[in-house]
Design a protein around this ligand. Structure first.
Ligand code: ATP
Length: 456
């Protein structure tokens, strides 16, 4: 791409100015923006769509094509049953001359064909190419739908056709849903960044080798501009995944500078093939919508305000369940076993507590609708009272109840007191108003950590 530099001193004449302007306009006119979305390239056995994107981008950059802005890693509906793991798709934007567009498309499609787990039945990649400077409102709305709800392959195809986007389906091509959603997500309201370091092929599938104390040091130096590096309760390192994918580690943070600086402290004890920084909707709560209980549906992630109508109880497996009601209905809320110490908070709730709960609703037709809790805000802790039996006026010992409304008696002195002699004492609650969240090890990629709200 040849850009000419002009010496603007001495100032050009108007004729020269027109000529410079003409060249700039014709250069700009020849350049085309190309948005590229990719999804559904991995399987439970390996690969990762972020890696496919990183390789495609590296190959394009090696050919001289530059990215416009950061590539995007977009997390889609976390309740979607056909996801492989974290339900992510990627998109990036490049600009090139019209005649170079076919080369770019070929590089991307070849990379997907080469790296995607096509031999696995459930891997159905999709690639979308969209030329145009404007992401339309309809594209943004589709993206929101894929993050918050369910969309069909047909819907994605129809929208792509309407906006003039090119669709490439491998096998069933389900990936076009996520690919189009990733292009359509313009990350306007909130966003974070993730720096991902990838392993070299010979190490993939083997235990990840990373210096533990360097991660602790990185966390000490950079938290909260980076977050979810460690689980505070267990000390477990959270930047390394536990799957056979090519990722060695991923550092999440507020800015590209923060994640880059943090990665300089982390000591990898195995070679790193490449790194990339994605701009993402992780940690933004983009999946949540505010609803009344009667409106809540499977596959949605919701924010609901209500009152505890049935106190928490623990069911086999260690899951803690309570019931919440508002003026439209009742719904179960669950703190599942993997949320560990968060369940201790939930166990402190009592009937009549006023809450705002955040969480996803899985599609489980055999069970009542249940909100899988991500966060809870106690808006008002209900007063808790305890009845205290009177003391014997002769010996001072606590008297025994004779039965409901039958008064009290002292077993030793045989004295009696009528019903109503008891004291009603207000008990100090071990939970008050405030926000509580699941630990990082149980956190959804999209869930906004409380520290992000506090720091703002
Ligand atoms: P990874 O996070 O490791 O990349 P994954 O969990 O993203 O894997 P995929 O292999 O991409 O899972 O499979 C999810 C598939 O479901 C994709 O084809 C995607 O297009 C599609 N999909 C994702 N969200 C929705 C949704 N809300 N409605 C319909 N289809 C969806």
């Amino acid at each position: 791409m040849a850009i000419r530099f002009y010496v603007l001193y001495p100032l050009p004449s108007s004729k020269e100015k027109m000529s410079i302007l003409g060249e700039v306009v014709s250069y700009v006119e020849k350049m085309v923006l190309l948005h590229i979305g990719i999804d559904d390239t991995d399987s439970r056995q390996g690969m990762c769509t972020t890696y496919v994107g990183a390789v495609a981008i590296r190959r394009l950059e090696q050919m001289g094509f530059k990215l416009r802005g950061y590539p995007k890693l977009i997390r889609l509906n976390p309740n979607w049953k056909m996801k492989t793991r974290g339900n992510c798709a990627i998109a990036f934007t490049t600009s090139a001359k019209k005649e170079q567009i076919p080369i770019i498309k070929e590089i991307v499609l070849k990379t997907v064909a080469e790296l995607a787990e096509l031999h696995v039945e459930t891997t159905n990649p999709g690639v979308i190419f969209y030329q145009g400077s404007r992401i339309t409102e309809e594209m943004k709305a589709f993206s929101k739908k894929v993050v918050q709800d369910i969309a069909t392959i047909e819907e994605a195809e129809a929208l792509a056709k309407k906006v003039g986007a090119e669709v490439h389906k491998f096998k069933l091509g389900r990936g076009i849903v996520g690919a189009l959603a990733a292009i359509g997500n313009t990350l306007e309201n909130d966003w974070t960044f993730e720096l991902i370091a990838y392993r070299t092929p010979e190490n993939r599938g083997k235990p990840r080798r990373i210096d533990r104390s360097s991660v602790e040091e990185m966390n000490r130096k950079t938290y909260p501009s980076t977050f979810d590096n460690l689980d505070p309760a267990t000390g477990e390192i959270r930047i390394t995944p536990h799957t056979p994918c090519p990722i060695l580690y991923g550092i999440r943070g507020e800015t590209p500078q923060a994640v880059k600086k943090a990665s300089e402290t982390v000591k990898a004890l195995e070679p790193i093939e490449q790194t990339i920084i994605y701009k993402t909707n992780q940690g933004t709560d983009e999946h949540l919508r505010k609803v009344k209980i009667a409106e809540a549906k499977p596959n949605w992630s919701v924010i609901v305000e209500g009152t505890v109508s049935k106190a928490p109880h623990t069911i086999p497996g260690g899951h803690v369940i309570f019931r919440l009601k508002d003026e439209t209905g009742e719904i179960d809320c669950a703190a599942y076993e993997p949320t560990r110490q968060f369940r201790d908070i939930i166990r402190k709730l009592i009937a009549r507590d006023r809450l705002r709960v955040y969480g996803g609703i899985k599609e489980k037709p055999e069970l009542p609708l249940t909100i899988n809790l991500e966060k809870v805000e106690v808006l008002e802790a209900a007063p808790l009272f305890r009845k205290e039996n009177p003391r014997c006026q002769r010996c001072g010992k606590r008297m025994k109840s004779e039965g409901k409304n039958k008064g009290y008696s002292c077993k030793r002195c045989k004295t009696k007191l009528p019903a109503g002699s008891e004291k009603i004492i207000r008990v100090k609650r071990s939970i008050g108003a405030g926000k509580f969240e699941v630990p990082p090890r149980a956190r959804r990629h999209l869930a906004k950590p409380l520290i992000r709200e506090i720091v703002g």
